[in-house]
Design a protein around this ligand. Structure first.
Ligand SMILES: Cc1ncc(COP(=O)(O)O)c(C=O)c1O
Length: 427
């Protein structure tokens, strides 16, 4: 039998790689340009997943590619801890200056988001000499063992991987679906029933939960968390891995709230697809661990750093946060216009370009994950790649490159106008 190239690759994937590394579609990438991607059979897609929020500056931005190429010719790896290089320091200086807060800051570079989260916790523990960590239900902080323990979603991330490290506690997340007074009660109950605040090293939160469903934290809750941490000497960590670099209409989502965290985790769109992450924060906290306590063989890879410098320039020159806000507003208007035809829509939310639409079963309060799957399938059949999210899997999130050309964006809006009603009709 003649199998297509994609089918052949899918069969080889199944034979050679574990099923735990799941893939969303049944096609394989060949090349990509800005917001467009072609598979190995030459089929074109519009990419509204952006490698899960990594391609805010688009696939193959010429300035990012040129910066990587230039570094490629000089050196690709020395291990910063063995033979350091200036570009690392220059990037730390930039991130220290760009991130919210005018206090003295320092930055350590790593490779993945989970690594940034793990290191932020290590730094918070070392500086406070405490062990407890509070995270939130619905959070996603990564798949490494400590990061997944902080993650507040069982399937598919936590199930079967326990036991998890002790001294991690979860509270309800103060967003549109939770009452802040209830959240406060839950945290004070934790302090009474599980751990005294003087043993809590850190509270970690996402300003907008990504995997959890694009749940925007309440502004009042951010102020309350800051005050709570100040009262008890707890390190406040903002996980901006998915929200930073223009996604929410500002360079960093914390700029929407008049609150400065002690530490910030950054990754994803920082380096335009080359693995790079960072922990940036208060100098005295960052300086707590002893020399050698932080780092890694690949941490702060020179190719990734070169890409990050270019990404930051592109973000500023092309005013991508503002563009994200404009495109996010347009997308929200398209989704609002579909409410009448798509009764499963129960919420349209988000900050800037970090927009999501949530579905319940028609006329019920029951989350409709099947509808989200149907929307994904109908969009994909029309050439648009979408991602789902949410603890109940009933949310579609939009993570298009902020550099997307207007006609390509409009084409995607046309696909959404057809795909959502088609998915609704198949209920
Ligand atoms: C908010 C947040 N934190 C942490 C991570 C983990 O990042 P990585 O997959 O690079 O380890 C992610 C990834 O989706 C994320 O969205």
């Amino acid at each position: 039998m003649n199998h297509s190239k994609n089918e052949q690759l899918m069969a080889r994937k199944a034979a050679a790689t574990p099923r735990g590394v799941g893939v969303m579609g049944s096609f394989f990438a060949d090349r990509a340009d800005n917001a467009e991607l072609w598979d190995v059979e030459g089929r074109r897609f519009i990419d509204f997943a952006g490698g899960i929020a990594v391609m805010n500056t688009g696939h193959g931005h010429p300035k990012v590619v040129a910066a990587i190429e230039e570094q490629l010719k000089r050196f690709t790896h020395t291990c910063y801890q063995v033979v350091p290089y200036e570009s690392y320091i220059a990037l730390a200086e930039k991130l220290n200056a760009m991130t919210p807060g005018t206090h003295a800051k320092k930055t350590a570079l790593f490779s993945t988001g989970a690594e940034a989260v793990e290191n932020a916790i290590k730094i918070a523990r070392y500086s406070t000499k405490r062990s407890g960590v509070i995270a939130f239900s619905g959070a996603f902080h990564g798949r490494s063992l400590f990061a997944v323990s902080l993650t507040g979603k069982v399937q598919p991330y936590k199930a079967g991987f326990g036991p998890f490290p002790p001294e991690i506690y979860h509270a309800p997340f103060p967003c549109h679906c939770a009452n802040l007074d209830e959240v406060k009660k839950a945290v004070h109950h934790l302090f009474k029933a599980d751990i005294e605040p003087s043993r809590v090293a850190a509270i970690i939160f996402e300003p907008v939960q990504g995997e959890g469903g694009f749940n925007v934290i309440q502004a009042e809750a951010v102020r309350w968390l800051r005050a709570l941490c100040d009262e008890h000497g707890i390190v406040l960590i903002a996980d901006e891995i998915q929200t930073a670099f223009g996604r929410t209409g500002k360079m960093f989502a914390m700029e929407h709230f008049d609150v400065v965290p002690d530490l910030m985790c950054i990754a994803k769109s920082l380096a335009g697809g080359v693995p790079l992450s960072a922990v940036t924060g208060k100098a005295e906290i960052m300086d707590a661990p002893a020399p050698g306590g932080l780092g890694g063989t690949y941490a702060g890879n020179p190719l990734a750093i070169a890409a990050a410098h270019a990404v930051i320039d592109v973000m500023t020159e092309e005013r991508l946060p503002e563009r994200g806000q404009m495109l996010g507003d347009k997308l929200k208007a398209v989704l609002e216009g579909l409410r009448g035809e798509v009764p499963q829509i129960v919420d349209i939310r988000g900050l800037g370009a970090m927009v999501a639409v949530e579905f319940n079963r028609k006329g019920s309060a029951e989350p409709d994950a099947d509808m989200a799957k149907r929307v994904q399938a109908e969009a994909l059949a029309r050439g648009l790649i979408l991602l789902s999210c949410g603890v109940n899997g009933n949310v579609i999130r939009f993570l298009f490159p902020l550099t997307i050309q207007e006609p390509v964006f409009d084409e995607a809006m046309g696909i959404l106008r057809a795909a959502l009603p088609a998915a609704a009709a198949r209920a």
